[in-house]
Design a binder for this molecule. Structure first.
Ligand code: CO
Length: 160
């Protein structure tokens, strides 16, 4: 029967269509569902991030990739990225002070305010952290907790 002969061909066409859709899903123009949006962050020898504001949608999957693009020795100039729950500037400063003696990660013993963080990086080192943006719209401070850096190395994740 002619109808029986057309079925394998139809299945093959469907398979080709599915494969094409699958390939489209991994391209940069159309990320696969669930893959995080990558945020390329740098820290330099002048104690600055390249970004001081990151916008996100509530619950968005994010990946912060921090690279220390400086050249100074790790003991003198390291960087991390620490995202905190909403708090006042004074509380961010208090958090940074509580973290400054806590080498090598420079995170305080009480990490209840920490939503996400990278490792602390020397020159040319990179670290990534995957996390889900908070579902509650608001402003979430981030900073580098390497001693003395938070005054210059800070910014905010704005969820809206
Ligand atoms: Co730093």
């Amino acid at each position: 029967m002619p109808a029986m002969k057309t079925q394998p061909r139809a299945r093959k066409l469907l398979w080709i269509l599915g494969a094409a859709l699958g390939l489209a899903g991994v391209g940069p123009a159309a990320p696969a569902a669930g893959s995080p949006r990558v945020i390329a962050l740098t820290g330099d020898d002048t104690m600055h991030y390249n970004l001081t504001e990151i916008d996100a949608r509530p619950g968005e999957a994010l990946e912060v990739q921090l690279t220390n693009i400086g050249q100074l020795p790790k003991a003198a100039m390291s960087h991390n990225w620490v995202l905190l729950r909403p708090m006042s500037d004074a509380d961010v400063s208090a958090f940074a002070i509580s973290a400054m003696s806590k080498a090598p990660d420079y995170l305080p013993d009480d990490r209840s305010a920490v939503l996400a963080h990278t490792r602390t990086l020397g020159p040319k080192e990179t670290d990534s952290v995957d996390f889900t943006a908070p579902t509650t719209p608001g402003t979430y401070p981030f900073l580098c907790t390497f001693p003395g850096h938070f005054a210059l190395m800070k910014g905010r994740l704005v969820v809206k």
